[in-house]
Design a protein around this ligand. Sequence first.
Ligand code: PRP
Length: 212
Amino acid sequence: MELRVVDHPLVAHKLTLLRDRDTDSPTFRRLTEELVTLLAYEATREVRVEPSTVPTPVAAAPGVRLREPRPMVVPILRAGLGMLEGMSRLMPTAEVGFVGMVRNEETLQPVTYAERLPTDLSGRQCYVLDPMLATGGSLATAVRFLVDRGADHITCICLLAAPEGIDRMRELLAELEVPTTLVVAAVDERLNEQGFIVPGLGDAGDRLYGVA
Ligand code: PRP
């Protein structure tokens, strides 16, 4: 798995505001969308395109367009939903599939409670959205779902990751032959005993939507 930490002053600025416990929910949602759009620029570097020529008012201009099959964007509910709009704005023709997961607060194991994805993802590039990569269990499970259905190129976009979670993802996905990239705004210090990222930003789902 390739790790890309997006090193950009605007990303760092918006992430700092997002971490602040005094940032309210509407601002948190807006910042999340803005951050995703900035990260998506980096995350979509390998999106597949094909040549396409368009007539300008002056002459024919060679260009490119997204290649079929269309890319698939997969937010992990609930918190990943806060990243969907920012991603869709940049790639409006992408299809969207959903995976619902919640972490058991004691065991920290992910439980999948919803899944709405095409059964056949052969040849598809997938972009998985989840703001937080803590133990890595949720994201690794989601990546496996997609690969089991034939996806052949996976990019995960997270706002924050813990080093323990990145190591765990590497371990869990080691034998996968599908190229996998993780794009993050920052890698924090560590996980605490409750499985929270430190210093982190708290519970992204609660801060986006207000209820636990
Ligand atoms: C959080 C977060 C990730 C997951 C990360 O979701 O949004 O999906 O935990 O943890 P992991 O890397 O240890 O698996 P949560 O379970 O709080 O659900 P929510 O998105 O509905 O708030």
